[in-house]
Design a protein around this ligand. Structure first.
Ligand SMILES: Cc1ncc(COP(=O)(O)O)c(C=O)c1O
Length: 371
C-alpha cells in the first residue's frame, strides 16, 4: 500500500530544505574510492579533545545505563563559576543549535516573527521554515557583514527575537562593539536579542563586543556559546545559552528532558577544568588562518578577513560548486556555499582551518583545481 505522507504534514514543512552538513570523510571515501580524505568543511577543531577530556568521557561511559542528571548540576555550576554568573543564567542544549531552537519555539508564535541576517548560519532559516515560516532574513551589508541598521529597521511589534551571528558563519566577519551598542539602543526590551558566539574564543579583533558584562544591564540579551568548536567536542553535542535567570527559567520549560547526555556533560566539565588550553588553540588557529589566507590570496581568490577558524573566499565568475567538487576529487572536503544562499557564480567556498599539513594539501589541491 502506498500512502501520501506529505499530505499529513503542515504545509510549511513541505517547503523545508533539510540541513545539508559538510560531507563526512567516510562518505567521500566510499563514494570516490579514496583512502586519504581530509575534512575542512564543518569548522571543527582539528586538534581533537585533550586526553584528560577523553578519559573523563570514558569514565562516564561505565554508567550509561542511568539517565544523565537532567539538570546537569555539576556542569551548570562549573559554567556559572567560569563566567561568574548566577547558575540560573545557564541554559544547556544538545549543542547551541538546540538553544537556538528553544528560543524560536518558545518565543515566537505563528503570527509573530524573528529577524536574522541572510548569508548566516543555515539553522536560523531552517528553524524559521519549520516553525510556521516565522523567520525574516535581512540582506547583508557590503563586506559580507550583518547589516545591523537594516536588522533594527526590520524589527516590528511582532518581532520576538533577533539572532546575530558574531562572528558570522559562513563569512567569518564580525560586527563591532559600537555597532552592537547602537543596534541594541534601537531594540525594545520585549524583543530578545540572541548573540550566537559559537566562535567567540577564536576572535582577536580588539573592537569585538564583550557581551558577557552586558547581561547585567540588558535583560533581553542572550548569549550562545558551544563546546563544539575550540573545545573539540562537536561529536558530543553540548552548547549553552547565558541570559537573565527569569528568561532562562521560561526557556527551560521548552527543553527536552535529559537533553545533554551524561558522557557529553562529563566531557564539557573536563574541558572547563582545562580551559587554559584555549589560548594556545586560538593562537595556533590564528597562525594557520593567516598563512592560509595569504596563500589563497596568492592564488587569486578574494579572501574575506576572518575572526574564526574558517575562511570564506570567492572567485567571482567561477562556480563555487565546481571548485568544491574539484577539491573533493582530490580528497579535500570544503563547503560550497549554495546552501548559504550565495549565487554559484560568486565562486564562494568556506574552508575550515585544519592542521598545517591539511592546510598545505588544501592549498596545493586548490592550485591544481584552479588550473
Ligand atoms: C554560528 C553557529 N552557531 C551554532 C552552531 C552550532 O553549534 P553546536 O554544535 O553547538 O550546535 C554552529 C555550528 O557550526 C555555528 O556555526
Amino acid at each position: 500500500m502506498t500512502m501520501d505522507y506529505q499530505s499529513l504534514f503542515r504545509p510549511g514543512i513541505l517547503k523545508v530544505r533539510p540541513y545539508a552538513p559538510g560531507k563526512p570523510v567516510k562518505e567521500v571515501q566510499r563514494e570516490l574510492g579514496l583512502d586519504d580524505v581530509i575534512k575542512l568543511a564543518s569548522n571543527e577543531n582539528p586538534e581533537g579533545p585533550l586526553p584528560e577530556v577523553v578519559a573523563a568521557m570514558q569514565a562516564a561511559l561505565a554508567e550509561v545505563n542511568r539517565y544523565p542528571d537532567g539538570a546537569a548540576y555539576d556542569l551548570t555550576q562549573a559554567l556559572a563559576a567560569h563566567h561568574d554568573v548566577d547558575p540560573g543564567s545557564i541554559l544547556l542544549g544538545n549543542g547551541s543549535n538546540e538553544v537556538l531552537d528553544m528560543l524560536v519555539r518558545g518565543l515566537v508564535s505563528p503570527d509573530e516573527n524573528f529577524v536574522y541576517s541572510s548569508h548566516s548560519f543555515i539553522v536560523y532559516g531552517l528553524a524559521g521554515s519549520i516553525h510556521f515560516e516565522t523567520g525574516r532574513a535581512v540582506p547583508m551589508a557590503a563586506g559580507w557583514r550583518h547589516d545591523l541598521d537594516a536588522m533594527a529597521a526590520a524589527v516590528d511589534e511582532n518581532t520576538k527575537l533577533v539572532i546575530i551571528c558574531n562572528p558570522n558563519n559562513p563569512t567569518g566577519t564580525y560586527n563591532t562593539a559600537g555597532e552592537l551598542d547602537a543596534f541594541l539602543a534601537r531594540i525594545p526590551d520585549t524583543t530578545i536579542v540572541a548573540m550566537d558566539e559559537a566562535y567567540y574564543e577564536y576572535v582577536t579583533a580588539p573592537d569585538y563586543p564583550q557581551t558577557l558584562p552586558m547581561l547585567a544591564t540588558r535583560p533581553n540579551l542572550m548569549l550562545l556559546r558551544t563546546f563544539s568548536k575550540i573545545h573539540s567536542l562537536a561529536g558530543m553535542r553540548v552548547g549553552y545559552g547565558l541570559g537573565h535567570p527569569d528568561l532562562v527559567a521560561e526557556l527551560q520549560k521548552t527543553r527536552e528532558p535529559f537533553n545533554v547526555g551524561s558522557v557529553a556533560q562529563a566531557g564539557a566539565l573536563a574541558c572547563l577544568e582545562h580551559w587554559s588550553v584555549v589560548e594556545g588553540r586560538a593562537l595556533r588557529n590564528r597562525q594557520q588562518l593567516e598563512w592560509m589566507s595569504a596563500e589563497l590570496d596568492r592564488l587569486g581568490l578574494v579572501v574575506i578577513p576572518s575572526q574564526t577558524n574558517f575562511i570564506f573566499c570567492t572567485l567571482p565568475g567561477r562556480s563555487g560548486g565546481e571548485l568544491a567538487q574539484g577539491l573533493l576529487q582530490a580528497g579535500v572536503i570544503v563547503r560550497p556555499m549554495d546552501a548559504f544562499g550565495l549565487p554559484d557564480g560568486e565562486g564562494a567556498v568556506r574552508i575550515s582551518v585544519g592542521l598545517p599539513t591539511e592546510n598545505q594539501r588544501c592549498v596545493e589541491a586548490l592550485e591544481k583545481v584552479m588550473g
